[in-house]
Design a protein around this ligand. Structure first.
Ligand SMILES: Cc1ncc(COP(=O)(O)O)c(C=O)c1O
Length: 403
């Protein structure tokens, strides 16, 4: 029997508009070029692997298997492992019902996009902002408005001007040691941002994976806690908080959480059921085992190491870079942000940098609506002092030649 030729299906056209709106992460593409072993890469934003608490994770895994047996490997509730949720809730001073465990905060951002953004909704984002959030929100087809930022984070006067004329659905912000700039939103601006967004009926997503990694300066209250103070009730808080164990403990367990008011939480749980039923039971149990003693030690260790690496990189930048290059001074987190004179294109310069065996991430992909061609991001977390010295020197040479 001969088969008749199969009818052609236009597979490209079969993709949903949602899927067609997705882009490959510009950064992932760039990282492929920079991963050659001879290249000193300040491009990746990976936590330092030599600081991972491997023995502690091994011991916790054994304890969990001994204690819970097959339940550690069984399906479990969508909301999350109760002891972990309860611990997180106690830290924030809220009921466990307002805490949802997520498979990485990236999942939290995706599911928040799913339950909050209708096509055409206005989403306010920092210029620049975390690229992964743009990637998560993009399939829900928002309309972005960029908020200007400076060394104190979002310019709240500019925010007020935007809110006066633009009905917005939500504001997404990374107030602590932002990815990509390393900047921190000042305490006064936090209060004003929470007041303004409440006044104009705009939800806030506070994305805070780095907040615990402060190595200098005074901590500022979270937007979430200010929202709680403002409304006096976690179920009326217009600020949604997202954080993660990725940067404090390890990223590979993919354990993170969202704190939100009941009406949002109900939908988040339903969305998560559809996405993955629940975050891996075993991983949540391991993290719950580590939060009491290992996590605080680990935070201290990471903070100290990143603080030293940041100080050293800043010292070298100051010594080796031409004076026209402006740079942020992070109080924590993993990143430095450089602004070169207008007209210098850091994406175009990258191949020359890789030739000199040093890599960075060009800044433009971090802008929702484009711009920032003269900016770039450096990560200091996984480089040795010798690599920082050599790499920053090579980059300084390159920049001097380009100006
Ligand atoms: C600002 C920000 N949010 C969220 C994430 C995602 O982290 P995870 O999914 O590992 O919790 C990252 C990772 O780099 C980040 O920088």
């Amino acid at each position: 029997m001969s088969l008749s030729p199969a009818p052609a299906v236009d597979l490209g056209a079969a993709l949903s508009r949602r899927a067609q709106s997705m882009n490959a992460s510009a950064i992932r593409e760039i990282l492929k070029v920079t991963q050659r072993p001879e290249v000193i890469s300040f491009a990746g934003g990976l936590p330092a692997p030599e600081l991972f608490p491997i023995e502690e994770v091994r011991a916790a895994a054994n304890t969990v298997l001994d204690r819970y047996g097959p339940a550690a490997l069984q399906y479990s509730t969508t909301e999350g492992h109760p002891p972990l949720r309860e611990w997180l809730a106690a830290q924030a001073g809220i009921p466990a019902a307002n805490v949802q465990i997520m498979t990485g905060s990236q999942q939290g951002l995706d599911l928040l996009g799913k339950v909050l953004i209708d096509e055409g909704d206005t989403v306010l984002v920092e210029a620049p902002t975390y690229l992964g959030a743009l990637q998560s929100f993009q399939p829900y087809l928002p309309r972005y408005v960029q908020l200007p930022t400076d060394d104190g984070g979002i310019d709240v006067e500019a925010l007020e001007e935007v809110l006066k004329t633009t009905p917005a659905k939500l504001l997404y912000a990374v107030p602590n040691f932002q990815n990509p700039t390393g900047r921190t939103l000042s305490a006064e601006r936090r209060r004003r941002l929470v007041e303004l967004t409440a006044q104009y009926g705009v939800l806030v997503i506070e994305d805070d994976p780095y907040g615990q990694l402060r190595f200098t300066g005074e901590p500022a209250p979270s937007l979430y806690s200010l929202g709680l103070e403002f409304h006096g009730d976690p179920d009326r808080n217009h600020v949604i908080y997202s954080s993660s164990f990725s940067k404090t403990l390890v990223p590979g367990l993919r354990d993170a959480w969202v704190q939100a008011a009941a009406p949002i939480m109900t939908k988040l749980i339903q969305a998560k059921q559809g996405a993955d039923l629940h975050t891996p039971t075993f991983n949540q149990m391991i993290v719950a085992e580590l939060v009491q003693e290992v996590l605080p030690r680990q935070i201290e260790r990471v903070r100290q190491a990143y603080g030293e690496r940041a100080r050293f990189m800043l010292e070298r930048v100051q010594a080796d870079f031409p004076p026209e290059v402006a740079y942020t001074i992070p109080q924590g987190g993993m990143f430095l942000w450089l602004t070169l004179p207008q007209g210098v294109d850091t994406a175009a310069l990258l191949p020359a940098a890789v030739e000199r065996r040093v890599a960075y991430v060009p800044g433009s992909p971090f802008y929702a609506l484009g711009g920032g061609e003269n900016t770039l991001r450096l990560s200091y977390t996984s480089a040795t002092p010798a690599q920082i010295e050599t790499g920053i020197h090579a980059l300084g040479d390159l920049l001097r030649g380009a100006l």
